[in-house]
Design a protein around this ligand. Structure first.
Ligand code: NAD
Ligand code: GLY
Length: 369
């Protein structure tokens, strides 16, 4: 398994880049050194990931004479803020980093989103590399160039589209990932099956237990298939003027849960799971999918150990939080809904009453797993 490596490409003309997926990639200088011309790089990571993987990455880089300036941030969604972002800028300026200095984001989606946003802003853009270490970041956030921080009024509201030069997804890093985080990552994996890849959904129904048991070959397949889907969507619609919005199935409700509960209370993947069930419920109420399909989706999320009921924030609060969604156009909420397995659409046909009814039937006092 050590030598198995899959490589995909995100095709974006002069901003194209490879995604390497495999086990033990952190120890392979030939994958990362060709992308680094300078003798010094900045590695943005956090207090949890640094003790696990910073020394290994530094050692790999040192074989090419590349020195690492580490920037170690506090861990957590609640730190995806201006204040934390500024710590990255303080470090970059303090060390006289140049516009051509490379920033490497080593960690999960929070580090990738913040590191990427810092790279997009510093001296109007420095190159950056994604080294994702959670399942969620390997299948989703490290690919496609969405970078952001949160605002108290809404998730990922301040950010930029800014593509990395390389994504290095070392599946072996998932060995140390807590179970709850692994399961949260599965929400985004299941998403690809639901929105555009029904065969993959069926594969997940068959192989979910292997993923939960962290079988390496199954994890590599799931990351590869997820990234294939994501790369195709991003290549077709980099800045989300159309198809890319489908990647947000469950996210409008999910972001409302994350913001409404307080950042970090519900993991992103957990909120997306409960949000996806609300979207499925609404799709069913619109007559687009039947109750058996909703039950089938629910079964897979339950098996993955993910919540299928949302917290009871109150329908008015949901609507208020959702009104900040980035898909709102002319004040009208647009939602990603399902017209069948693998057939997601963006739609504004649901009335507030229908949305509220779907939320209410999918809410319990605190949400549940
Ligand atoms: P995360 O970055 O908070 O990581 C989860 C936890 O796992 C953290 O405590 C982290 O320190 C720890 N961790 C990371 N790697 C580890 C490892 N190998 N071993 C042990 N612990 C490890 O959360 P996440 O789920 O990776 O990412 C969620 C974030 O990604 C959210 O902020 C979400 O908005 C964002 N996101 C962005 C996109 C995008 O397209 N940019 C897509 C999906 C999600
Ligand atoms: N995770 C949604 C997107 O990348 O567009």
């Amino acid at each position: 398994m050590q030598n198995l490596i899959e490589t995909l490409h995100v095709a974006l003309d002069e901003r194209s880049y490879p995604i390497h997926i495999g086990s033990g990639l952190l120890d392979r200088p030939e994958l990362i050194l060709p992308h680094i011309k300078q003798k010094r790089v900045v590695v943005v990571t956090n207090e949890t990931v640094a003790p696990l993987y910073l020394a290994r990455l530094s050692s790999t880089l040192s074989t090419g004479g590349v020195e690492v300036l580490p920037v170690v941030l506090p861990d957590g969604e609640q730190f995806k803020t201006w204040e934390t972002l500024n710590r990255i800028f303080d470090a970059l300026l303090g060390a006289r980093c140049e516009r051509s200095t490379i920033l490497i984001a080593l960690g999960g989606g929070v580090i990738g989103d913040m590191g990427g946003f810092a790279a997009a802003c510093y001296q109007r853009g420095m190159p950056f590399i994604q080294v994702p270490t959670t399942l969620l970041s390997q299948v989703d956030s490290s690919v496609g160039g969405k970078t952001a921080i949160n605002h108290p009024l809404g998730k990922n509201m301040i950010g930029a589209f800014y593509q990395p030069k390389l994504v290095l997804a070392d599946i072996a890093t998932l060995d140390t990932l807590p179970d709850r985080e692994l399961k949260a990552g599965l929400a985004e994996v299941i998403k690809y099956g639901l929105i555009r890849d029904p065969e993959f959904f069926v594969w997940l129904e068959i192989n979910l237990d292997k993923l939960l048991a962290r079988d390496q070959a199954s994890l590599i397949h799931a990351v590869h298939r997820s990234c294939t889907n994501k790369a195709e969507v991003v290549a077709a619609d980099e800045r989300e003027s159309g198809e890319r919005a489908l990647l947000n199935l469950g996210h409008t409700f999910g972001h409302a849960i994350e913001t409404g509960m307080g950042y970090g209370e519900w993991l992103h993947g957990e909120a997306v799971a409960a949000g996806t069930l609300i979207a499925a419920e609404l799709s069913c109420r619109l007559g687009w999918i039947d109750v058996d399909m909703v039950a089938r989706i629910e079964r897979l999320f339950v098996r993955a150990g993910l919540p299928v009921m949302a917290p009871r924030l109150g329908a008015a609060r949901y609507l208020e939080l959702m009104s900040h969604d980035k898909k709102v156009q002319d004040g009208k909420l647009r939602l990603v809904l399902l017209r069948g397995l693998g057939q997601a659409v963006v739609s504004d046909v649901a009335t507030d009453e229908q949305i509220v009814a779907a939320i209410e039937v999918r809410c319990t006092k605190m949400g549940s797993f």
